[in-house]
Ligand binder design. Structure first.
Ligand SMILES: Cc1cc2nc3c(=O)[nH]c(=O)nc-3n(C[C@H](O)[C@H](O)[C@H](O)COP(=O)(O)OP(=O)(O)OC[C@H]3O[C@@H](n4cnc5c(N)ncnc54)[C@H](O)[C@@H]3O)c2cc1C
Length: 103
């Protein structure tokens, strides 16, 4: 079974994850996000700053629950520190600062 790890969960990362699931519904897809705000529309930031949008949380294109409903696993608050492509390992600074290695 295909297992994909996507680093970054904004427009590019979530689009990629959704497309993978569209092509192969059985694929295991994990999206790692350095922060806890997946799919937040950074383009909408000026609307929040101008007051046109009252709550910045509504700038998210999708909530975490909506993303997970597509069968996509979210690893929030996990920052990739290095990628070893040969060994297929990613060194990750996880929640609370601990270091983990994902294969
Ligand atoms: C104020 C503003 C207005 C904009 N307006 C427009 C517009 O009108 N039209 C338009 O086309 N574009 C606009 N853009 C540009 C658009 O926002 C970007 O092109 C788009 O967000 C890029 O998406 P991305 O997914 O590639 O990266 P980003 O949106 O930068 O997302 C990066 C993701 O990767 C994660 N990440 C980063 N490093 C790590 C790491 N080491 N480990 C794990 N996760 C990591 C972040 O947490 C985030 O989830 C605007 C940008 C800004 C700032």
């Amino acid at each position: 079974m295909t297992h994909m790890l996507i680093i970054g969960g904004s427009d590019a990362g979530i689009s990629a994850a959704l497309r993978i699931k569209e092509v192969d519904a059985r694929a295991e897809v994990t999206v790692m996000v350095a922060d806890v705000f997946p799919n937040l529309s950074i383009c909408g930031l000026p609307f929040f700053l101008s007051g046109e949008v009252a709550d910045w949380r509504t700038l998210a294109h999708r909530t975490a629950a909506e993303i997970e409903a597509h069968g996509i696993h979210l690893l929030l608050d996990h920052r990739a520190e290095s990628i070893d492509r040969q060994a297929r390992h990613v060194r990750v600074r996880a929640t609370g600062g601990r270091l983990v290695s994902l294969a």
